[in-house]
Ligand binder design. Structure first.
Ligand code: FES
Length: 115
């Protein structure tokens, strides 16, 4: 059975087989999710946030890698998260990219003030 996954913030809708992980479906649809340990649940780089939908319950490997608060807030490991009935997930912005983006926005605002 095919399931649909909405990947934010891009807003890209992708299709995958039920039971595959979010990471597997993303890769097959050429959506990048960092996966430094290649799906072995040892790096946490594939951390994503579930917005809504039907997914597998939090497993023991995720409980070792994520805090209780992160789990309460919907964070999961994409390599451990099986898609049961589709849904929406959000890929958090890389913290380094967020800093660079904020600095570029501040620079752009300063240039506009000078004009
Ligand atoms: S890819 Fe490393 S924890 Fe998921």
């Amino acid at each position: 059975m095919k399931v649909e996954l909405l990947i934010l913030p891009e807003g890209k809708k992708v299709i995958g087989n039920q039971g595959l992980t979010v990471l597997e479906i993303a890769k097959k649809n050429r959506v990048f999710i960092s996966s430094k340990c290649n799906g072995k649940a040892s790096c946490s780089s594939c951390k994503i946030k579930v917005i809504n939908g039907n997914f597998s319950p939090v497993n023991e490997l995720e409980r070792r890698r994520l805090s209780e608060n992160q789990i309460k807030d919907g964070y999961r490991l994409a390599c451990q998260l099986n898609v049961v009935g589709g849904g929406s997930i959000e890929i958090p912005e890389d913290p380094f990219k967020a800093v660079v983006r904020a600095k570029l926005a501040a620079q752009a605002a300063n240039k506009e003030d000078l004009l």
